[in-house]
Design a protein around this ligand. Structure first.
Ligand code: PEP
Length: 249
């Protein structure tokens, strides 16, 4: 059985006091037995958040990392630094990073390896653009991105990866994929992992849907056979909404 995972992607929102106030508001509420709850916050919030969630079941994630451990990479943060802070998860290859910061399938793969070297669980984002969907290329795009992300991972590492299927046209737009469509793509991603490894590895991998998930639709996604959770941007920023997402899972 896969443990459902709700992860909030705060993007570039919240100062330290705003972040810690959020945790005070969701403590004991966004904590539901059998559901993993992860907040992926800006780097500046991470030390305070790691401290704020002590004694709760809420986990903290970053939204990016560099693939090197140290080096002359001005402005970057490594997996080693994140682990040192007590972070558990890291989002890799979010479409905003692919689009605005020139991340490629190759850098995504290097970052996935860097995450494992530092005992961080990667949440790897894959998904198609609107024009790719309209051209019937959704599965092909997801295949290329998924195979690249998993390249060179051992079976025990692969089993720990969290994949977030995020159709780009559904992120922050209010236009969500139907639960059935999302489930079909997610089931396809699982078959890809079966082909790369085996069925037991594929059955261990948690695959989230992301794209305009909110309290009103989360239950529908979670009711699908292959959807194991959600990566949520906008609706993860308000405590009440985040609590409802975790409860809805
Ligand atoms: C995201 O940032 O990964 C995301 C899915 O955003 P939203 O929930 O706002 O569409």
């Amino acid at each position: 059985m896969r443990t459902p995972i709700i992860a909030g992607n705060w993007k570039m929102f919240k100062t330290v006091p705003e972040a810690t106030d959020f945790i005070q508001s969701v403590k004991g509420k966004a904590e539901v037995e059998g559901v993993e709850s992860v907040i992926c916050a800006p780097f500046t919030n991470l030390p305070a958040l790691v401290e704020a969630v002590k004694g709760t079941s809420i986990k903290i994630g970053a939204q990016n990392l560099h693939f090197a451990e140290d080096g002359a990479y001005t402005g970057e943060i490594s997996g080693r630094m994140l682990k040192d802070l007590g972070v558990d998860y890291v989002i890799i290859g979010h479409s905003e990073r692919r689009q605005y910061f020139a991340e490629t399938d190759e850098t995504v793969n290097k970052k996935v390896h860097a995450a494992f070297r530092n005992d961080l669980i990667p949440i790897v984002c894959v998904g198609e653009k609107l024009e790719e969907r309209e051209a019937g290329q959704t599965k092909e795009v997801c295949k290329v991105q998924t195979e690249a992300a998993f390249a060179g991972l051992a079976k025990d590492q692969a089993a720990q990866v969290v994949v977030a299927y995020e159709p780009i046209w559904a992120i922050g737009t209010g236009k969500s994929s139907t639960a059935q469509d999302a489930n079909e793509v997610i089931a396809y991603i699982r078959t890809l992992i079966t082909e790369l490894y085996d069925e037991s590895t594929a059955n261990a991998v948690r695959i989230q849907y992301g794209g305009s998930v909110k309290p009103e639709n989360v239950t529908e996604y979670m009711g699908q056979s292959d959807i194991d959770g959600a990566l949520v941007g906008g609706a993860s920023l308000q405590p009440d909404s985040y609590i409802a997402l975790v409860e809805g899972a």
